[in-house]
Design a protein. Structure first.
Length: 126
């Protein structure tokens, strides 16, 4: 009887571990979908409101901001100051080492913003 109960306990443990793996995989999928959705929403907010991110190569905060957008980042919302001669003299990102958020060539925010907070932070400034 003890052997049967021990065997059943092992089966239950293996089943529970298996479910944990499945749940873990699903959780990773959910987080990835949330990240893609947040990137898309932030992109659309910036594009709809004519807001750009100005940054430079070698700026760790600019890099982090670019990575959060992933495939949604393009030259309509991100401007590399070192590659855009018309705004090179206006680009203050060289001095600070942080991305700048620009609307109509005016800086509306300086610094990194987590992707989930972009609309909240910038909405009050436009």
């Amino acid at each position: 009887m003890k052997i049967i109960m021990l065997g059943m306990a092992c089966v239950l443990i293996v089943a529970a571990l298996g479910m944990g793996i499945v749940i873990g995989r699903n959780w990773d999928t959910v987080k990835k979908i949330e990240s893609i959705t947040a990137s898309a929403q932030a992109y659309n907010f910036l594009k709809d409101n004519g807001i750009q991110i100005w940054g430079v190569e070698g700026c760790s905060w600019c890099q982090k901001q670019r990575e959060e957008f992933g495939e949604w980042l393009d030259n309509t919302i991100y401007v590399n100051c070192q590659e855009s001669q018309p705004i090179l003299d206006k680009c203050v990102a060289f001095e600070s080492g942080t991305p700048f958020w620009v609307k109509d060539n005016e800086v509306i925010h300086a610094g990194y913003i987590p992707i989930d907070n972009i609309k909240e932070v910038l909405e009050e400034k436009i």
